[in-house]
Design a protein around this ligand. Structure first.
Ligand SMILES: Nc1nc2c(ncn2[C@@H]2O[C@H](COP(=O)(O)OP(=O)(O)OP(=O)(O)O)[C@@H](O)[C@H]2O)c(=O)[nH]1
Length: 346
């Protein structure tokens, strides 16, 4: 297996917007580049310059999306670039340039999730061409263009809206645990890998918190499986209320859950784990009384892969269980007395 290619393919398969941006970039660069060469060779200097600029800009934005992960910003810039590019080529080439506008109208609604933004830019481009009028050789031609462009824009809007709706539903089904609504284990492995990759780039601390409900089997045995399910649902609800928007909450399996906390160091993880433990002790109940949780936490180390990171959180959880449950244990790495911490603070 090609180990260098698989992370790229993995990202393309799991990141829908990045895939659209990449396909758009690859296709437009492949199609416009020969045109740029042809324009220069046939003496059409300014159109050649415009095509070259478009190729460079589109290529640059695709690279930016891959490097930064900010697909939405990249998508919006591409909407702007392709709309302005289509207007400019219509001005320079007349009717022949107008054909590029159709491509821009359709792709605008798929490159960004903000359909209102796409609609505004598209409409502004159409209005500009009509008011300016230089691209058209007759009034009937201008009227036909306006009608077909508005029709194409409206249809693209509706199709992208329906597509987005279906995509969200499928994403929900594929990534969520149906009982608790927490993210499932399949997406967990993808996000842990992504967290490790991000850490290699920006080195902001990132923590894992592994949570296990104590004596959960007894709840099932004494009060039935449905009562056990209700406790899991309540736990997930309480935990979700206490996490930040950037945190990710997964059902690891059975009565075990995992929290991925970006920008969280050892102190942050310790504080959060203890707060969560206390809150569950106070608010989580089964028909038989209070339900407590045990927690194991670990901060990601330099050069570590996610299975090792998870194994350290698991070992800390095991320690919390063996020390009597209803407690939070943190792995040593990043702790105030650990060698790394002393090195950083000295
Ligand atoms: N109701 C319900 N029970 C589940 C679900 N998934 C796993 N379980 C049960 O969770 C129980 C887990 O039991 P154990 O692994 O022995 O753990 P425990 O009783 O919590 O004991 P400690 O973890 O050592 O405190 C098992 O009885 C599983 O059948 C679920 O979705 N719903």
């Amino acid at each position: 297996m090609n180990t260098r290619a698989s992370p790229l393919l993995n990202r393309l398969q799991t990141d829908f917007q990045l895939a659209i941006i990449s396909v758009f970039g690859a296709c437009t660069v492949a199609v416009i580049s020969p045109f740029a060469a042809y324009r220069f060779l046939s003496g059409n200097f300014w159109v050649g310059v415009l095509d070259t600029l478009l190729v460079l800009l589109i290529g640059g934005v695709v690279v930016y999306a891959w490097r930064s992960g900010n697909n939405e910003r990249a998508g919006r810039v591409l909407v702007l670039v392709s709309s302005v590019g289509a207007c400019a080529s219509s001005e320079l080439l007349g009717v022949a340039g107008l054909f590029w506008m159709s491509t821009a109208i359709v792709t605008n609604f798929f490159l960004t999730r903000h359909r209102l933004y796409a609609a505004t830019i598209t409409l502004a481009a159409i209005i500009f061409l009509v008011v300016d009028g230089r691209a058209f050789s007759s009034v009937p031609q201008m009227v036909s263009f306006t009608a077909t462009a508005l029709l194409l824009g409206t249809l693209s809007y509706i199709i992208s809206f329906r597509y987005d709706l279906q995509h969200r539903k499928l994403e929900q089904l594929a990534t969520r645990d149906p009982l608790t609504g927490a993210l499932n284990r399949r997406i967990m492995t993808v996000e842990l890998q992504r967290a490790v990759d991000t850490f290699k780039r920006d080195v902001n601390p990132v923590s894992l918190i592994l949570i296990d409900l104590d004596h959960f089997k007894q709840i099932n045995d004494r009060h039935g499986h449905d009562a056990g399910d209700q406790v899991l649902v309540r736990f997930a609800h309480l935990a979700s209320e206490h996490i930040r928007q950037v945190d990710r909450f997964f059902r690891f399996g059975g009565e075990e859950f995992l929290l991925l906390l970006p920008n969280t160091d050892w102190h942050g993880a310790e504080h959060f784990a203890e707060k969560l433990r206390q809150q569950m002790e106070q608010d989580l109940k089964s028909p038989g009384g209070r339900v407590t949780i045990s927690i194991g936490a670990a901060v990601l180390k330099n050069g570590e892969d996610w299975p090792c990171w998870l194994a350290r959180a698991d070992a800390a959880l095991y320690k919390a269980k063996s020390l009597g449950r209803n407690r939070a244990e943190l792995d040593e790495h990043g702790a105030p007395h650990s060698p790394e911490f002393i090195r950083v603070t000295n």
